[in-house]
Design a protein around this ligand. Sequence first.
Ligand code: NAP
Ligand code: MG
Length: 475
Amino acid sequence: MREYDLLIDGETPSRAETETVNDPSSNRPVASIALADESDVAAAVESAESAFEHWRTIEPVARGHYLRDIAEELRARKTEIAQRHTEETGRSLADSKRSVEYAAEYFEYYAGLTNHINGETIPLSDEEFDYTRREPLGVTGHIIPWNSPLLLGSRSIAPALACGNTVVAKPALLAPMSILELGRAASDAGLPDGVLNVIPGPGSTTGEALVSSEDVRELTFTGSKKVGLHIREVVSDRLIPLNLELGGKSPNIVFADADQEAAADGAVKLFSNAGQSCYAGTRLFVEDEIYDEFIDRVVSRIEAMEVKKDPNETDVSALISPSAQSEVASYVESAEEAGGTVTTGGRIPFKGGNFYEPTLLENVPDDAAASCEEIFGPVLTAYRFDSEQEVVERANDTEYGLYAGVWTTDLDRANRITEHIEAGTVTVNNYASPIPQMPFPAYKQSGIGSEYATAALNHYTKIKNVRMSVDKTLR
Ligand code: NAP
Ligand code: MG
């Protein structure tokens, strides 16, 4: 068993109260994690507050060097961090190494932008000069989910730091190790004490204390809509920027003129990370005239996938917890009760580990729970459609609006569909993952605020306007 302590002000205090992290592939305990209580949260926020005084004054280029050093340190420890990531998430080591690489890329991307956080000049009269500055906010709080902890933590921590803010991060208790490793890596890379604090603990206590702290000047929450709405309530008496990155129920639409092989590959991308991804294309809409043929292609891909206990050998990794596994199973049961049919999969393959077979459901009514709610597991539901108008209506008939996929070789149609789909990102003839240089906006109940790209620089700064009297007369 590994042991992890808190990370506050560059120190690593241990605590009597701990929680065990289990490996989703076996449910065996792998680590013991110290839990931050209310006074630890207060200490972390205080340390971030005092670190801010110095961090904000560091020249932008020098701040960029710190971020680049963190990226380098992450890469130097890639295997070690990836091992912890595999133990806490159940994903393969190769997949976990990619996560470490992506995390490094976030730090690098924002390292390159520290000297590009520009203001504007606004022309006024001859007697006046007006300009804006983008200033950091102060202490930022980051509440991180378990489904891709290192990447999702890095995607908000990197821009927050780049803008001159300091950070208190609360990782999910189911998967806190890789974020604690990030904290260690940042310290060892030379990041000043208190600039990045990590306080593991349950959402209901540690998370709640962080969200309630009056000294936190910005909050980024990535997780479920339910908790996101709760957090908005908790901060409702304080005016602070709130970034809510919530769930999805994304449509993936295949027209008869599409490259079917490519589209079928895109359709089964859902099964990576066992479907535990906010932007996963969970609702597959297929045009009537190719429906049967296309579903055959999807089924043959799914049936070629093997579920094995070894995270490095399985094609579909374990779900995060036993309760996530039973939740997925009950969604499939409820879909069948609603008239849906299991085309392939639909079972827990073996005991030990939280695995679930990659599953395709058909004939599920549009208003069934499995069609409307986030299953967050390896379950794809397929629907038949006849016309563009119909599929756009049905694709938009969801409370969420994070991502969407369209497969067609007709450019005009692609443009019509992308215009009418209510989603923050629409992919055309690919179902590619988000990357740092593209924005990741959300429509409807998928969130507010925006991570990624230069949009994050706006989120993590506030504008100060300076209006100055000047005398331009030559003497
Ligand atoms: P979750 O249950 O909402 O938890 C997310 C985080 O919030 C965890 O760290 C959790 O802590 C914490 N938390 C829980 N209650 C809290 C409270 N009262 N106050 C403060 N913090 C609290 O979500 P999840 O199950 O981890 O993640 C899955 C969800 O995240 C899905 O809906 C998925 O779509 C969404 N997601 C969205 C994005 C995006 O970018 N839009 C990306 C990834 C995931 P503990 O778990 O430690 O108690
Ligand atoms: Mg949860």
